[in-house]
Structures are given as C-alpha cells and as structure tokens.
Design a protein around this ligand. Structure first.
Ligand code: CAP
Ligand code: MG
Length: 421
C-alpha cells in the first residue's frame, strides 16, 4: 500500500464523508504532505503494516481531494467517526489529532470542517438559540443588540459586592450579567452564596424595572460533575449558565445542552482558544471551534470584536463570517447568538454592530464599570450608544442629550485598546 491510497480519484460524496480543510507548510509537495495527514488520521502509519486488510484499505482510508496552493482538503469516511460514545473528542482526535506534530509538516492549520448530515443529526445543538434568548428578553421585535456585562474586577469581590455590581448594572440597563472566566468557586466568592446574592439583587432589579435580566453563573467543571452542579444551580434560581468550553472541553457543554431538565440558556466562553486559533500558520481556526460549540449546544458564544482589546486588527471579516455561520441554517440546529467582548466601551458600539450585526451580545466589563460615575452610569452609557445606533444617530449627536454617554466618550473617545493612564 503506497501513499496513493490516500488520494481521491473523484470528488468525495459529502453525505458519506466529513470534509476537513487544512493549510499546510511543508518542505514536501503539499499534496504529499496532505496524504501523510490522511494516512496518519485514518488507517496508515509511517510504514506499511501487514495487518491492513483489503476491506480496511478500501473503506476507511481518508483521501486528499483538492489541493490549491497551500490548501488541501481531506475527505474522512463517515465510518471513521463514532458520535455515540466518542463524540466531539473523538472527532477532534481524528481531524485535529496527531497531525499537528507530524515531522513531515512544518506547520498546519485546520481551517474548516464540513459535517455530513448523519453526523450533525447526532447532536441537538442549542436549546434556545438566537430566537429563544430574544423571546425571553422580549427583544424579538426591535432586534437590538443585547447588552451584557462581566463583573469586574474579574476576581476578588465577595458575593454581596458582586450582587451590588449586578444590581447597579441591571438598573443601568444591561440584559445580562456574567461571571468572569476565572471565577468559579474561590473562597472569597463561593459559588452558591454568589448565586443566591446575585439572584436576589436581580429579582429586586426586575421588580423595579419590569425587565428580565440574565445572570450567567460560571459553572466550569469536568463533564463528570457539571450536570449535578447545574441542577443545583437551577434549584437555587439560576437563569443562565456559563462554561469555559475550551478548558472544560466540549462534552461539559454538551452534557448541559442535552439534559432536558437544564432549561436555561448556555453562555460559552472561549478562554484558551487563542492558543489554537491565533497563529495563522498553525493550529485550529475559530470557525471550527464555533461549529463544534454549536453542535455541543452553546446558545451564546464569544467570537471576537470588530474593535476592542482582543485578537488581531485584520480579522474583522473572519469574525463576521463566523457569526454568519453561527446564525445560518445547519441541518435544523438552532442559530447561536455571538458575543462580542473584550475592551468594548460605548465609543466602539457603532463599529462593532455595523461589522458584526445586530443579532449579537455586546459584552462590556471595563467599558461599564470604568465609567467615571460607576456601573449604573456605565450601563446607561452603553445602552444609549446602542439606542443611538438603532435610531441611526451619531454618538456625538446623541451624547448632547445623554450625559452618561457624553462622559464615557470624554473618557474613552472612540479609540480601541484604551490602556491604564
Ligand atoms: C472582557 C473579558 C472577556 C474577554 C474574552 C475579559 O472584559 O471579560 O473574557 O473579552 O475575550 O476578561 O477580558 P472587558 P474573547 O470588557 O473588561 O475587556 O471574547 O475574545 O474570547
Ligand atoms: Mg473575561
């Protein structure tokens, strides 16, 4: 059996294959390097082995079918995937497994995956999705962007202090308050006390404003415990749950999404994604992680900003494509609401909404709590910036009659990546 087994003579049937698209850097011709990936990730190894049967060779070899410049596509036969038990981890072990360390490649980046319907049908996807979350907040008609805040400082506040910040943000007009990705159940802010205090504060805020406000409680933990923690959180009043899906792993999210008793939206944070996604030559494109998050059941997912503190200057078009993919049809799975987060403040609202669309959560931590007059004024300023955008008014015009927005613009202008003075 030569490497030729790993080259397709005709275009593969997309119903019978999972299609993976790679960008490869190698001293060898790209086609040959790609065939080494196909071999390693299906039935081959570095040499011929006597144990390979004719059936295995005929049915299970992954095949390179399209090479253009440094891009190569590989079709993996559907039989290679076990979605029942292995699930997303085992899909990743194939399409994003050993290949990253192969000496024959200098670098390789998994750019995209196309799933056959028979694989997608094993996943339930988001329970609520864009429309479900909008329905709960009553924004289905006006279609305005949702406003979220991350409690800051990201760690250190007590449960009571956290609740006070949440209350102020709620009264200022946020739709959602979330924990930061590094806060779970530290001694200074135990999970159950925090949940209790924050929900009490938000009940009060709802009583005063008549608006539902989500609190995304960070319950990041292993898949073995997460549903137990989630059930306890729901018993104690949680109305949204948050998971750091890269550090916890997709199965932690999926376990929540597929448990019928967990009937609250799930907010997916992507801390650590950049270890895989940031290098343009090597790793995994965010596009792939976003598709997997949708399969696993994220209702909301961080995908990046058009202007802010995270990511690269020139990736707006890519983020926008990811957001479009998350909202587009995918074999009946509900669309995911993207979250733009990281360095957002009122002056950056128009740029972000214009580039990324209105079906989005704008998350601002520093951009709310750093307002000169504190959290409530900061939340108001963000809402005013959103309202201005929805009315087609410029921020500076709107700021003439809206003092909180005016103060925010005086402090941060419309610059991104504002730093400490
Ligand atoms: C934002 C944030 C978010 C990042 C995540 C933070 O706070 O809470 O975790 O935005 O990045 O900790 O930095 P600020 P991404 O609003 O104060 O910047 O969405 O790109 O994964
Ligand atoms: Mg954070």
């Amino acid at each position: 059996m030569g490497l030729d087994v790993f080259f397709a003579k005709e275009f593969p049937d997309p119903e019978q294959h999972l299609l993976a698209h790679y960008r490869i850097e190698s001293d060898e011709p790209i086609e040959r390097a790609a065939m080494k990936i196909a071999a390693e990730e299906s039935i081959g190894t570095w040499t011929e082995v006597k144990t390979t049967t004719t059936r295995v060779r005929r049915d299970l070899a992954a095949k390179v079918y399209n090479v253009k410049g440094r891009m190569a596509s590989i079709a993996f036969p559907i039989e290679l995937f076990d979605v029942q038990i292995g699930g997303i981890p085992s899909i990743l072990s194939i399409v994003a497994g050993n290949l990253f360390g192969l000496r024959a490649l200098r670098a390789v980046r998994l750019m995209d995956l196309e799933f056959p319907p028979d694989v997608v049908s094993h996943f339930k996807g988001p329970k609520f999705g864009v429309e479900g979350v909008r329905r709960m907040l009553g924004t289905g008609r006006d279609r305005r962007p949702h406003l979220g805040t991350i409690v800051k400082p990201k760690v250190g506040l007590t449960p009571r202090e956290t609740a006070k910040v949440a209350y102020e943000a709620a009264l200022g007009g946020v739709d959602m308050i979330k924990d930061d990705e590094t806060l779970v159940n530290q001694k200074f802010c135990p999970l159950w006390d925090r949940l209790h205090e924050v929900m009490e504060a938000l009940d009060k805020a709802t009583g005063e404003t008549g608006r539902k406000i989500f609190y995304a409680l960070n319950i990041t933990t292993g898949a073995d415990r997460i549903t137990d923690v989630a059930e306890k959180a729901l018993e104690n009043g949680a109305n949204m749950l948050m998971v750091d899906i890269i550090t916890a792993g997709f199965p932690s999210l999926q376990a929540l999404a597929e448990d019928p008793s967990i009937d609250v939206p799930l907010h997916a944070h992507r801390a650590m994604h950049a270890a895989m996604t940031r290098n343009r030559e090597h790793g995994i494109h965010m596009n792939v992680l976003a598709k997997l998050a949708r399969l696993a059941g994220a209702d909301q997912l961080h995908t990046g900003t058009a202007a802010g503190k995270m990511g690269e200057e020139n990736e707006v078009a890519e983020i926008s494509r990811i957001n479009e993919m998350l909202r587009a049809p995918m074999n009946g799975l509900k669309p995911v609401l993207p979250a733009a987060s990281g360095g957002i403040h009122p002056g950056l609202v128009p740029e972000n909404v214009e580039a990324l669309g209105r079906d989005i959560v704008l998350n601002a931590g520093g951009g709310i709590h750093g307002h000169p007059r504190g959290t409530r004024a900061g939340a108001r300023a963000m809402r005013q910036a959103i309202d201005a955008h929805m009315m087609g008014a410029s921020l500076s015009d709107y700021a003439e009659k809206h003092v909180e927005l005016r103060e925010a613009l005086q402090l941060w202008g419309t610059r991104q990546d504002y730093r400490y003075a």
